[in-house]
Design a protein around this ligand. Structure first.
Ligand SMILES: [Zn+2]
Length: 377
């Protein structure tokens, strides 16, 4: 019985290891098995592990916090440190501007484990496994290994940078072993010998063993009725990040505000446009005075209110009338640009928040990012 449950545990650990290697991004509230597998991979150096916690501003499960909500739809996820101490640390939702007491109100914490695959470390480990053998490494993820009875080409398709090694004609030239991070492979047009890297890591298979199996298997043969093609691999973990423009143009016309030609704020949001204009005026003042970019003046909520009042009338609620539309505008700009230009747009690229996170509200200020913006008519 004990042996059986131990085997079951091992199988769960192996499954988790496999899943984490295959999809090394962020996991929210991973269970104990996944957590242990992640630490295991971390100890091996195969992934870099980062952990943090967040709370949700409006979380229906936080019953005690329910009466304090400003906006019951606020989905903001707010980082919270492990050693958060209510007696000296503040927690404010920057979306809806409310103070939160995460301990008193027993707010649920979410655990985020982010995994970053360390390709170089995996390849180094793999090469160390090959050290008893004679091998050549003509290209990333490709190894020609000499055994007593012939050569085997080992391909790690998740690590290659030259896909021509996956061409059918090349693979057909000699015994080949595919070693992959994936649990299942795409349909291949060749009967090539393939194994999971996690089986090596778990010690289920030895490299010598599978290399000999590949030799015995012989030269891969084409599976009939399949037209010739490059093997259908797309390298895992090589996310192409869209090139981010270095500067953005700003246009304001009757339709609203455009950043880099993308319509980010519509005319139906007059308070956001008005706040944007105030920040723009300040930008011009600093620009005309010839201030260095890092000295451009941030405006705090009081200053923005003062300058807005001639246009909008009396402002008696800074949080609701200024901070909220401002934060919403930052978020809307970030989301719209990220959707159009790729995901590496930061909230501060267009409107910067300075002094956050500080503790005194007066220290906060906002300004148009003088490093990224150019203006066009
Ligand atoms: Zn909120």
């Amino acid at each position: 019985m004990a042996l059986r449950s131990c085997l079951k545990q091992n199988a769960a650990h192996e499954d988790a290891l496999q899943a984490l290697l295959e999809s090394s991004n962020s996991w929210i509230n991973p269970n104990q098995v996944y957590l242990e597998a992640a630490y295991h991979l971390g100890q091996l150096g195969f992934i870099q592990l980062k952990e943090h916690y967040f709370i949700k501003c409006a979380n229906p499960l936080d019953a005690l916090d329910f009466d304090n909500l400003i906006n019951p739809d606020c989905e903001n996820k707010i980082l919270i440190s492990d050693d958060f101490d209510e007696s000296c640390d503040d927690l404010i939702c920057e979306e809806c501007g409310r103070y939160i007491l995460p301990i008193t109100q027993q707010k649920q914490r979410f655990h985020v484990v982010s995994l970053y695959l360390q390709k170089q470390a995996i390849l180094q480990w793999f090469e160390a496994e090959l050290r008893e053998l004679v091998f050549k490494n003509p290209s990333a993820g490709i190894y020609h290994v000499l055994l007593d009875n012939g050569f085997v080409t080992v391909i790690l398709p998740d690590f290659i940078d030259n896909p021509s090694y996956l061409a059918v004609d090349r693979i057909k030239a000699q015994p080949t072993l595919i070693t992959t991070l994936r649990k299942t492979l795409p349909h291949l047009p060749l009967d090539v010998h393939a194994i999971k890297l996690s089986d090596f890591i778990n010690g289920n298979l030895s490299l010598q063993q599978v290399l000999h199996m590949a030799i015995e298997h012989g030269v891969p043969k084409e599976i009939p009725n399949v037209s010739r093609q490059i093997l259908p691999f797309i390298s895992l973990h090589q996310l192409k990040i869209a090139e981010k423009p270095i500067t953005y143009s700003i246009t304001i016309d009757s339709e609203g505000i455009f950043v880099g030609g993308i319509h980010v704020i519509g005319k139906q949001a007059p308070s956001r446009i008005q706040i944007f204009r105030i920040l723009l005026e300040q930008y011009w003042r600093d620009f005309e005075e010839g201030k260095p970019k890092d000295m451009h003046t941030p405006l705090n909520l009081h200053q923005i209110a003062e300058r807005l009042e001639p246009h909008m009338g009396l402002i008696d609620d800074l949080e609701q009338q200024i901070r909220r539309p401002l934060n919403k505008m930052q978020k809307a700009i970030e989301e719209t640009l990220a959707k159009e230009l790729g995901s590496n747009i930061k909230r501060d690229d267009i409107i910067q928040t300075l002094g956050w996170p500080g503790f005194k509200k007066q220290e906060y200020g906002y300004r148009l990012n003088p490093f990224n913006l150019v203006f066009t008519k």
